[in-house]
Design a protein around this ligand. Structure first.
Ligand code: ZN
Length: 139
């Protein structure tokens, strides 16, 4: 089960965008960490089970094969304040983080209608999960 937190496990086209995101946050005095970058199908399935067949809250609607994390083009992030992650996404710092992330060309899942994921940013090059499942390449 792989659940990576490093930029280098992302697609080459996505790495500089995420690095620019972190750098722009740093310039705004926001210490941003990646809590998840690449996840394999097994790890995604375990996350999907959370809140359904295993303890915890439901945090995703994506099973293995249905998450952009598996295609190395998505990150989950969290700002650190005084040494702790700000998990409460209603805090004002999250509005700054989302604005900065979108300014780097990333899509923010906090804008999604069906299942908002405030911590999730991605670059898909316009490709859908179906496109990626059938071998599409993000450029
Ligand atoms: Zn995510």
């Amino acid at each position: 089960m792989i659940n990576s937190r490093v930029i280098t496990d992302l697609l080459p086209v996505v790495q500089p965008m995420v690095q620019a995101f972190i750098n722009a946050c740093a310039a705004a005095d926001i210490d941003l960490i990646i809590t998840s970058s690449y996840r394999d199908a097994e790890s995604q399935d375990a996350l999907y089970a959370q809140g359904r067949t295993t303890p915890g809250y439901v945090v995703t609607n994506a099973k293995g094969g249905q998450s952009y994390h598996q295609y190395r083009c998505a990150v989950d992030v969290c700002p650190i304040v005084n040494g702790k992650c700000v998990w409460d996404t209603t805090q004002p710092i999250w509005a700054k983080v989302s604005t900065i992330g979108k300014a780097q060309g990333l899509e923010w899942a906090g804008d999604w209608v069906s299942f908002k994921e405030m911590a999730h940013f991605q670059y898909t090059g316009g490709l859908s999960i179906a496109d990626l499942q059938s071998g599409g390449t993000i450029v």
